[in-house]
Design a protein around this ligand. Structure first.
Ligand SMILES: Nc1nc2c(ncn2[C@@H]2O[C@H](COP(=O)(O)OP(=O)(O)OP(=O)(O)O)[C@@H](O)[C@H]2O)c(=O)[nH]1
Ligand SMILES: C[C@H](OP(=O)(O)O)C(=O)O
Length: 307
């Protein structure tokens, strides 16, 4: 789950901060009818892919969340520079975004981007395009002569009902997410950015709430963390199974690491399946025979494991 790195920032533009919010993973993605371990893993993977795109573009990225051990999760996912702060209230998503907005503006950000965390197709150039559109419309809407302008702009999600992104230029974010949030953002004076984007950008708008959304996202191209849970041939999410690291075969007494091609797992039904190194991201850690893992499997192929 590597971050693409801070290489996508346009030169000479104002300081950009991004805020994302994350529900505790035990509660996240409740509309997906999946076994709890897979639902949590998928919610985290989609969040990681979304956050990696933001972190590649923003000067400063903050996550507002009550998720336990969030910093460790983000470090393991290859996004160590993100700041994690706890929500000041338990009033939900909009107060969390407002808190992150306040924090980012205190740090000197002129532009604040608030994004939903379930956009696993999001690419850094999508964000750059949305920010460029927001800056252009803020400048056009601004009555004073300041080159930066002021204003808010939003990107409606794929359905047109929700919002995937809200951008505030030199004014408070005033987020109106959840429910018919595209309408609510427009009614609050935010400019619709979809018509002024450089081109249609489906990967900026494909939020994932249902299995159908996930299939559509897979067809558009998922980020690496989410892709790891999906069968590359069918585009379908693998199935969750608890597995056990298999005993080495009699002739093989080397210590088993994830880089060792001899690794295998035993499913609950007693089948022995090879465990490819790509299916075990914490590869440097030694796996012990008998160890229990969560796995995502498609056919007889182990796609991903974790514990
Ligand atoms: N900190 C915080 N983040 C939230 C809250 N509600 C939603 N989010 C985050 O906001 C983004 C969009 O959330 P939703 O689509 O409403 O919720 P979800 O968990 O992704 O999915 P559902 O449970 O199916 O609604 C995700 O990144 C969520 O984790 C909240 O109350 N607090
Ligand atoms: C956060 C919310 O997303 P959804 O309800 O589509 O997940 C929204 O679009 O405002």
């Amino acid at each position: 789950m590597a971050s693409p790195g801070h290489d996508q920032r346009p030169v000479g533009r104002p300081q950009v901060g991004s805020v994302l919010a994350l529900k505790p993973l035990t509660e996240a993605k409740s509309r997906l009818d999946l076994p709890a371990p897979l639902r949590r893993r998928l919610a985290l993977a989609m969040f990681v892919d979304t956050l990696a795109a933001h972190a590649a573009v923003a000067d400063l990225t903050v996550v507002v969340s009550d998720q336990p051990a969030l910093r460790t999760l983000l470090r393991r996912a290859g996004i160590p520079d993100t700041v994690a702060i706890r929500p000041e209230t338990d009033n939900g998503l909009n107060p969390a975004f407002a808190q992150g907005d306040h924090w980012l503006r205190e740090q000197g950000c002129d532009v604040v981007v608030a994004g939903v965390g379930d956009l696993p197709t999001l690419r850094p150039d999508d964000l750059t395009a949305a920010i460029t559109a927001a800056l252009g419309s803020a400048e056009a809407a601004s009555s004073d002569s300041d080159a930066l302008g002021t204003g808010r702009g939003f990107v409606a999600d794929a359905s047109g009902v929700g919002t995937s992104l809200l951008v505030a230029v030199a004014i408070p974010l005033d987020p109106r997410f959840q429910g018919r949030s595209a309408e609510a953002h427009a009614a609050s004076g935010a400019r619709a950015l979809v018509p002024v984007l450089d081109r249609p950008r489906p990967t900026l708008r494909r939020d994932v709430d249902t299995a159908t959304d996930l299939r559509e996202a897979a067809a558009l191209g998922l980020g690496p963390a989410t892709r790891a849970l999906v069968d590359p041939d069918s585009g379908d999410l693998g199935r969750w199974e608890p597995v056990t690291v298999a005993e080495p075969r009699a002739h093989d007494d080397r210590p088993w690491t994830a880089d060792d091609p001899g690794l295998a797992v035993i499913t609950a039904g007693g089948h022995r399946l090879p465990l490819p190194a790509t299916a075990h991201p914490d590869g440097s850690r030694v796996l012990r025979p008998g160890q229990r893992l969560d796995a995502v499997i498609s056919g007889d192929r182990v796609l991903a494991t974790w514990w």
